[in-house]
Design a protein around this ligand. Structure first.
Ligand SMILES: Cc1cc2nc3c(=O)[nH]c(=O)nc-3n(C[C@H](O)[C@H](O)[C@H](O)COP(=O)(O)OP(=O)(O)OC[C@H]3O[C@@H](n4cnc5c(N)ncnc54)[C@H](O)[C@@H]3O)c2cc1C
Length: 420
């Protein structure tokens, strides 16, 4: 039986509007759902849609040929893992019309997406899953050129390798400065997992060095667990400077590798600037992002509060207590697919219940986690009281080791499910 997958790139994509989705006659008769972004959210949603209703015509638009996953990318920085283990192709997307192009505009009224080669694609419903973009406007001195000197590594790939190489080249006795943004941002525990694994690398390879975290917050995810682990594993190595002690970075100077705060400035040998973020550019262009830069959604259908017919899932969406994680992105994508399939068949969408678990590695064989359950309440995704929690503070080493192995298992399972 011939594969139902359609791979379009280069010149072939210019005929996409005429022929999509495949196969042939289905395109004329079945409603087309277009998904923009083939990350944890978009790829999960496209797959779920075809599974739920094989008669839907599903098109996935992704600009990259391969996806580099952020979860576990902090282990790459610490030399514990290769970037290949983070990289996934788009070969297993049978039944989905995959277009390797950038979506550059959305005409919400005419229900049409424009690609970077000028092709237009019509949709019955659009799912936007573009992830984040770095909000350079929110941090004076920081832009794409500065990121080549003071890497963010908040989108995995070349930035991850750049930061890893900076750490490798730093002499012993150097100072690493990591700046963490205010909420909301991608992966709330991510900066602190990163600090932990960089500390692990420094302790083993450059023991006279230190790490300063400049934080725009006074509290962070799994804080007590991280701080207890830092005291035990990396005493004196990590200094956390909260907002109230002058942690918020107000400006950076790549020429001198300096990060300025309201209370003074810090010169780094290696600077890792994690800047403020907002929904990916196409969300801003499509008019689904509000003044916060994020996309408010209905918690049952994930339909935009600002543009009918457009749904937003993953990091770009905002609508309550659910953190921006790959786990959440995958859960939201599946709930959104159920709602989109129902709406297209004129059925009432069901109320979803969504789970998130975020594992963090503090060192190899030392894992901690936070879990939560979320459901629609008062127009938002609210946390179900008493349903989640964090790892125990006083757990024995065997439990930390088990959690580290659960983290690996989770990553293998989710990437297998999403990227095949
Ligand atoms: C260091 C770090 C560690 C993390 N660790 C964890 C973890 O342990 N567990 C966890 O659950 N989460 C973790 N996360 C968070 C997780 O990576 C994100 O929450 C997740 O990637 C969000 O998925 P997404 O699909 O919304 O966005 P993305 O993964 O960013 O995917 C968006 C996709 O859309 C594409 N795209 C964007 N715009 C366009 C366009 N206009 N046209 C076509 N394609 C487009 C992009 O190329 C990209 O492939 C971590 C993040 C970081 C930075």
């Amino acid at each position: 039986m011939p594969s139902r997958r359609v791979l379009l790139g280069g010149a072939a994509a210019s005929v996409a509007a005429a022929v999509l989705p495949s196969p042939g006659a289905r395109a004329q008769t079945q409603p087309r759902v277009v998904v923009i972004g083939g990350g944890f959210a978009g790829a999960s949603c496209a797959r779920a849609l075809t599974r739920l209703d094989r008669d839907l015509a599903v098109t996935l638009i992704e600009t990259e040929t391969a996806y580099v996953a952020c979860p576990f990318s902090n282990a790459v920085l610490a030399g514990l893992r290769g970037i290949e283990a983070q990289t996934f192709g788009y070969d297993g997307f049978d039944g989905i019309a995959l277009i390797r192009k950038r979506a550059v505009a959305v005409d919400a009224e005419r229900r049409r997406v424009r690609l970077d080669d000028g092709t237009d694609i019509d949709y019955a419903r659009l799912v936007l899953a573009p992830g984040i973009e770095l909000n350079f406007e929110a941090l004076p001195g920081y832009d794409a050129a500065a990121a080549e000197i003071m890497p963010h590594a908040w989108k995995a790939g070349p930035q991850t390798l750049l930061l890893r190489d900076r750490l490798t080249a730093m002499p012993d006795g150097g100072t690493v400065v990591l700046s963490a943004p205010a909420n909301p941002f991608r992966c709330p525990p991510g900066p602190y997992e990163r600090a932990s694994l960089i500390a692990h690398y420094l302790k083993r390879n450059k023991p006279r060095s230190k790490l300063i975290i400049l934080d725009a917050k006074d509290a962070f995810s799994k804080q007590r667990l991280f701080e207890a682990a830092w005291q035990k594993l990396y005493p004196g190595l990590i200094e956390w400077v909260p907002l109230s002690a002058g942690g918020r970075v107000t400006e950076v100077d790549p020429a001198t590798q300096t990060l300025a705060t309201e209370f003074g400035s810090h010169k780094a040998d290696v600077a890792n600037v994690i800047p403020p973020q907002r929904a990916g550019a196409i969300a801003q262009v499509a008019g689904v992002a509000d003044r916060t830069g994020w996309c408010p959604i209905d918690p049952v259908t994930f339909e935009s509060r600002l543009q009918p017919g457009i749904h937003v899932v993953g990091d770009a969406a905002i609508g309550g207590a659910m953190p921006k994680s790959a786990f959440s992105a995958n859960a939201q994508a599946k709930a959104c697919a159920v709602a989109v399939a129902a709406l297209l068949r004129e059925r009432e969408p069901a109320q979803p219940k969504l789970i998130n678990t975020c594992y963090s590695l503090v060192a190899p064989g030392y894992g901690i986690s936070i879990a939560g359950v979320y459901q629609p309440r008062d127009g938002l995704l609210a946390e179900v009281e008493g349903a989640g929690g964090v790892s125990p503070l006083d757990a024995p080493p065997e439990v930390r080791e088990l959690e580290a192995s659960y983290a690996e298992d989770w990553f293998r399972t989710i990437t297998g499910e999403v990227f095949g």
